[in-house]
Design a protein around this ligand. Structure first.
Ligand code: PGA
Length: 259
């Protein structure tokens, strides 16, 4: 089997003040013991990137952004550049989250330009993909994911793809309390890896981390992580509470480390 790290990322969306973020991080790090081949991250609002990354310091918690603009800099009122979030301490960035696609009309080509900008700025992109409920019901899931991957990764080199993270989040499973079934997600992840192996070598496709997101909580996390192609989790609601986030992260039975 290919060896891939276990990656767990909390997505705080538009939540928390600086004080709340700092105390969460202190308390999280007091109860978390780092292990090999595991990465824990928090994708925070822009205002929290600097204080959170200062708080985390050299400790095993990566701070990331939830979006960037595709341009290097310029007259784009209200937008933020990759180099700015990098400068503030972000190590990774979520791109193409379904809320960005659905609420702000982001399309694959725009997301692709952001992916390239992230790599250029030494930020690790977490490319989010996923089908809507209508697409799911129309059995268009594979076609949608294939287009999101091919177009989202256009011109991404093999060297860059080594640092890529993909997050599969079926839109119909986000924030509803009920995740998709682990077996169905495993099949979808296997399909995504197959597409990746048409873009890159088989070996490289086997080393790319694939996260699942959509109503992950402490009671479904370990079943999800026991699937061979589910390498980690992108967690929204359950990452806002220290207790539930720690429960998921500290459940070390949840990934077969012999994979
Ligand atoms: P959820 O959100 O865990 O609250 O469903 C996941 C996400 O949108 O990344």
């Amino acid at each position: 089997m290919d060896s891939r790290p276990r990656v767990i990322i909390g997505n705080w969306k538009m939540h928390k003040t600086i004080e709340e973020a700092e105390s969460f991080i202190d308390d999280f790090l007091a109860s978390y013991t780092a292990v090999e081949d595991e990465l824990i991250g928090l994708a925070v609002p822009y205002t929290l990137i600097y204080p959170s990354s200062q708080k985390a310091g050299d400790r095993p918690l990566l701070i990331g952004a939830q979006n960037i603009n595709d341009a290097l800099e310029g007259a784009f009122t209200g937008e933020i550049a990759a180099k700015m979030v990098k400068d503030a301490g972000a190590r990774f960035v979520l791109l193409g989250h379904s809320e960005r696609r659905r609420l702000y009309g982001e399309k694959n080509d725009f997301i692709n330009r952001k992916v390239l900008r992230a790599f250029e700025s030494d930020l690790r992109p977490v490319l989010c993909i996923g089908e809507t409920e209508e697409e799911h019901e129309a059995e268009a899931t594979q076609a949608v994911l294939e287009a999101q991957l091919r177009e989202g990764l256009n011109a991404v080199s093999s060297g860059q793809a080594q640092h890529l993270i993909i997050a599969y989040e079926p839109v119909w499973a986000i924030g509803v309390g009920q995740s998709a079934s682990p077996e169905a997600i495993q099949e979808t992840h296997r399909f995504c890896r197959k597409i990746l192996s048409t873009l890159y070598s088989h070996e490289l496709a086997g080393s790319i981390v694939l996260l699942y997101g959509g109503s992950v909580n402490p009671s479904n996390a370990s079943d999800l992580l026991s699937q061979p192609d589910i390498d980690g989790l992108l967690i929204g609601g359950a990452s806002l509470s220290l207790e539930t986030f720690l429960q998921i992260v500290n459940d070390r039975h949840s990934k077969n480390q012999s994979d």
